[in-house]
Design a binder for this molecule. Structure first.
Ligand code: F6R
Length: 357
């Protein structure tokens, strides 16, 4: 069956290779995390891709849907939060094989897969193609690059772990999304400079990453966020899982205060250590709830940790703490004596799934 391609053919273009920084060592997670601010620098979003997105905006969009999994899709969750107060259209996140019915041909589907070979992402993207949704893909290659080369596509450099390439993917997906919904494009060069300044204050405005790694070593961190700090909490949980090869959980306030709060044992020391992610300009109701919950956990004897982001804007707060917690996960990997880059179980699972015999 031939599918409708809803973009102007003359404007379609494969964007040529977005390069990873040359000084970055792809076999060393510490080097990749240290290059976080550099990877974010994308001074001029590709004018052809941005042009296509602006056309889509002008023609009308009913919703924006991000498809993907793991280290690639987390970018969509960040963008959704960054744009939540500005977007007049719904922004949906799909991290499974199935596309909700409401994602129609009038929606834009942005699929993000670093490898381009992720089964769930390719399946849900196939559904979007069948429905005639307008599609954009962001990948370093694989099946996605081949199969969707006739659609607007951003190709990024291969070789990094998807989770380490997060800033590169964000630097593409954010301006694309801003153009699609018709708001001003964020100055990521400035954000990158702010991140460099923020990281220079580690050890002063915030404890050194190694200190926090020591506190959560041999415990199970539970990262707690609210509003735009929720994806940061989720990212931290995933980085501890994948980089430090350790258990970690995340939860969101206010919801956690209606259930999770009851789960901690009363008179015995558990292994969970709550880590509250706080930010400048927190909503007053959220702030109150966070403070009270923190104190309750302290009284129970959980020794909760409070981490304050550096920076005043939403994006600075989110990324400063993300960069910091990425480094905490590397420090923890060192303490645990594990290789922060390899993800052998994820690889094994993908291999077994690919074997259809
Ligand atoms: C590995 C990682 C994983 C992958 C996920 C999806 O570094 O972060 O969570 O991101 O398995 O694969 P991709 O990103 O290639 O679509």
């Amino acid at each position: 069956m031939t599918n409708t391609i809803n973009f102007k053919q003359s404007k379609s273009k494969i964007r040529n290779m977005r390069k990873l920084p040359e000084t970055m060592n792809l076999d060393d997670m510490r080097s990749m995390v240290s290059h976080f601010p550099d990877m974010l620098r994308n001074p001029t979003p590709d004018p052809d891709i941005i042009g296509i997105c602006r056309d889509y905006h002008r023609d009308g969009i009913e919703g924006l849907c991000f498809l993907g999994m793991g280290g690639s899709l987390i970018v969509g969750s960040y963008v959704k939060e960054i744009l939540s107060q500005e977007s007049h259209i719904p922004i949906d996140i799909v991290k499974t094989y199935f596309l909700p019915k409401w994602v129609s041909k009038d929606w834009i589907v942005v699929a993000i897969s670093y490898s381009g070979n992720t089964e769930e992402t390719l399946t849900s993207l196939g559904h979007a193609k069948e429905r005639g949704s307008r599609i954009l893909t962001i990948t370093s290659g694989g099946q996605m690059a081949k199969e969707y080369s006739r659609y607007p596509q951003v190709i990024v450099d291969k070789g990094a772990q998807p989770r380490a390439a997060f800033p590169v993917l964000l630097s593409e997906v954010l301006p694309i999304s801003e153009s699609l919904i018709g708001v001003k494009i964020t100055n990521l060069v400035k954000v990158s400079e702010n991140l460099i300044s923020a990281s220079k204050t580690w050890g002063e405005s915030i404890s050194k990453p190694s200190v926090i790694a020591q506190k959560i070593h041999n415990r199970i961190p539970l990262f707690i966020g609210a509003q735009h700090m929720s994806p940061v909490a989720y990212r931290a949980k995933c980085q501890i899982n994948e980089n430090s090869k350790a258990e970690a959980f995340y939860s969101e306030i206010p919801e956690a205060t209606h259930n999770e709060i009851e789960g901690f044992p009363y008179n015995e020391k558990g292994s969970i250590i709550p880590v509250f992610l706080r930010c400048f300009g927190e909503d007053s109701q959220i702030s109150r709830r966070m403070d009270i919950t923190f104190n309750l956990y302290k009284e129970i004897g959980l020794n909760p940790i409070d981490l304050n982001s550096i920076g005043e804007s939403k994006i600075d707060s989110m990324l400063s703490l993300t960069h910091y917690l990425d480094m905490v996960s590397v420090e923890l990997a060192d303490k645990r004596g594990v290789n922060a880059v390899s993800v052998t179980r994820i690889g094994e699972l993908k291999k077994r799934l690919a074997f259809k015999g």
